[in-house]
Design a protein around this ligand. Structure first.
Ligand SMILES: [Fe+2]
Length: 207
């Protein structure tokens, strides 16, 4: 007598293999605007600008984490903490920029390979750099972001996209300007560190 064929027991952790790539519901670069009183043309321009700024802000965020991990030297502890604070602030900007793109009916850039192709911030090496090079690299990246953010903010104001203008001015520009201040103050003139004797004019006449 033949035993009745039993179905193979389902293995723990079984998952169906992925056999096809999911269909895209909206291609990158296209606009499917909501009824927010802005024309398709204005939404498309803001989305294009915001996605550029998003790619650069994601790169800025990752640059801060790289430096947070790789920083070394006498100022290690303070810079390690400062770079992580700035990373968190950049991460908050990334989310606000990406969600603004979606609000305007666009598709936000998201994956690192796409960001690497789109960003205007120069590529950093994989290896460690000395602190002065890290600081200079960050300041250059901030300058790129600030220059384009001001241009995009003016374009948004001129076209009546006040929400985008406010995001760029109140969040992106102000955060980046503050971070430039905190980073630049770590660029110390080495000659100011020497414990030279005080010049005559600085001596206490009562001493
Ligand atoms: Fe950490």
């Amino acid at each position: 007598m033949n035993a009745k064929a039993q179905p193979e027991a389902r293995r723990i952790g079984y998952a169906r293999p992925v056999t096809s790539v999911g269909r895209q519901t909206q291609p990158y670069g296209s606009i499917a605007p909501f009824a927010i009183g802005l024309s398709d043309t204005i939404c498309a321009m803001s989305v294009r600008n915001l996605n550029q700024l998003l790619a650069d802000t994601m790169t800025m965020r990752d640059l801060y984490k790289k430096h947070h991990w790789q920083v070394s030297g006498p100022s290690f502890h303070s810079l390690h903490l400062l770079f992580d604070d700035h990373h968190r602030e950049q991460e908050a900007l990334v989310d606000r920029l990406a969600e603004r793109v979606q609000m305007l009916g666009g598709v936000s850039i998201a994956m690192s390979h796409d960001v690497a192709e789109a960003t205007r911030i120069p590529r950093a090496p994989r290896g460690r750099e000395e602190v002065s090079a890290q600081l200079s690299r960050l300041l250059r990246a901030h300058e790129i972001v600030l220059t384009e953010a001001r241009t995009f903010a003016r374009q948004a104001a001129d076209t009546g996209d006040d929400g985008t203008n406010d995001l760029l001015v109140s969040d992106v520009i102000r955060t980046n300007e503050k971070q430039v201040w905190f980073v630049a103050e770590h660029l110390v003139d080495p000659t100011a560190m020497r414990a030279d004797p005080a010049p005559d004019g600085d001596r206490n006449p009562l001493a």
